[in-house]
Design a protein around this ligand. Structure first.
Ligand SMILES: [Zn+2]
Length: 191
């Protein structure tokens, strides 16, 4: 496989070779007609890191509606989804949740109070795939077993929700940057 196999190459009457990455991740290189292929390949190879970085930037770009307020209907739907997820995962993880609360948290996706057996879930998760919500719920449930982000904690995540890594990548790329942390609703806060 040559370095330019996954790249769309367009030869036309241009003076310079140009490389661009579209929002969908496609790479397009425009090449002067007479330019030898090995020069093109070397150029693309030399820009591999730049291409990956651009593609990652586009993947992590926040959709426009992520910052809009969550409606009451969405909030109710989220509450029942979280309840269903807790009902599904808590018994098999051997934990008990006494209370589920939603909160418009901006700097984290969930938190939990071990002593009170209470978990908090960010309402902003309505804007993300359900796998992200599930990963956050299992994450908070795992804290009821293991307080810190220790190797044991991640072993629990691997055991009870192996897809957590992909979900976390999606969420971390879209966490807004804020200087001041949220006030803690009580207990420990993670994720
Ligand atoms: Zn955590």
């Amino acid at each position: 496989m040559t370095p330019t196999d996954s790249i769309r190459q367009i030869r036309k009457a241009v003076k310079r070779l140009t490389l661009r990455v579209r929002a969908d991740g496609e790479v397009i290189v425009t090449i002067p007609r007479a330019m030898p292929q090995d020069v093109v390949d070397a150029f693309v190879l030399g820009h591999r890191e730049w291409i990956s970085r651009k593609q990652a930037e586009f993947r992590q770009r926040v959709p426009a509606d992520v910052e809009r307020p969550v409606t009451q209907a969405e909030r109710r739907a989220l509450q029942s989804k979280v309840e269903a997820l807790v009902a599904e995962h808590a018994p098999r993880m051997g934990v008990t949740v006494r209370e589920i609360r939603l909160r418009a948290m901006r700097t984290r996706w969930g938190s939990c109070n071990i002593r009170e057996q209470r978990i908090w879930i960010s309402t902003r998760l309505v804007h993300y795939p359900e796998s992200c919500l599930e990963a956050v719920v299992v994450h908070e449930l795992a804290h009821l077993i293991e307080r810190g982000h220790t190797p044991r904690f991640y072993a629990l995540m691997d055991q009870y929700y192996p897809a957590w890594r992909e979900a976390e990548q999606t969420l971390n790329g879209r966490l807004p940057r804020r200087v001041a942390p949220e006030p803690d609703p009580g207990g420990i806060s993670h994720l």
